[in-house]
Design a binder for this molecule. Sequence first.
Ligand code: ASP
Length: 437
Amino acid sequence: MGVKVLKFGGSSLADPEHFIKVRDIVKSEPERRYVVASAPGKCKTSNNKITDLLYKCYELAVEEKDISEVFDEICSRYTYIVNELNININLSETFEKIRLAVLNNSGRDYVASRGEYLNAKILAAYLGFEFIDAKKVIFFKDDGTLDSEKTNTVLHDVLAHCPYAVIPGFYGSMPNGTIKTFSRGGSDITGSIVARAANAALYENWTDVSGFLMADPRCVDDPKPIEVITYKELRELSYMGATVLHEDAIFPVRCSKIPINIRNTNKPEDKGTFIVPATDKVSENVITGIAGKVGFSTITVEKAMMNAELGFGRRVLQVIESLNISYEHFPSGIDTMSLVLSSKELDRCRADILAGICKAVNPDNIFVEDNLALIAIVGRGMVKTKGTAARIFKSLSDADINIRMIDQGSCELNIIVGIDENDYNAAINAIYDEFVK
Ligand code: ASP
């Protein structure tokens, strides 16, 4: 197999015990050549993530308050790792440089990025790998978006001259050289960028769970893990709230068709979940996963002969666009159309939306229903399998659950049902039991 890029999340690099596990994983295969490190997360002795502490330091400095207690906690977390593992690195000068930078208001992103910077330096020394500073290989444009072409060219070149390296996740540099971070959890994106630049055969994303589960374990007892999922299916499930990986982490590897393998640092023997561009392999359960969210509302607009009125839908949508609201779904009948949107969004300007729609299309009737939950049943296997929708609807009806909305994407990758929020847990369990148990 070709090069593997590994990203270790904060929980995998939180303390000396985890550093040992990480070393064993990296050293067990010579193909594991490039490692992307997060900042230390919560551990047995501390309930604080280093990144949160760094943001705290930044805020204290801005308010001209004393940073020493928080800053000392940060330094001692790193010092403990270095001392326990006998790593040959002296960080005192670096700590002092960072402390002065915090006090001199060197920017929120710069301060936050030091969590990854320090951890990657320590890990590189521990593994005997080269350290590559992300600011020299990950570039943003002036508008704050990633300059993926420049990043890929420079990083590809640097990696070509460096067989084994550790790269800090989460940040890069702006055209003027200042540090900029991705959004929270952004080391996943760095891992993906490195995998693309290295032409990796696999991007291993090591965390504290053995991949994606078929349903939320807070709803379903001990759900089965997903072995293989496509990028598209993952997008559907993450959109509905199933999160393990930063959403933007898919794009760099997707364009190079590099698979991602979500793995558990605490259980390296587990195979985890493979996220792949496409596969013929269909899950024996037909569906790949179930995810859902509560907190939706529907606005239903009724008007006789609506189907014959040119521009009706456009005018309704224009109203919500002009109020800067996005909608989730748009189911329609012959003389009715409904907009499904997040209740939080709707609450920002409920009266304006309703008045705007009335003015735009002069409906016979318009009403709002709240407390809707959406459940997405996702699976590439649905295209080829008859009766999937029937099984979903029957399982809900057997559980005495009323379906308020149905939406099946034309690519037949998912079926979304809207139900009352109070039925949310029961509905997920009914569908899970039908397909998996
Ligand atoms: N340390 C950063 C965070 O906590 C980035 C990351 O871990 O991916 O969000």
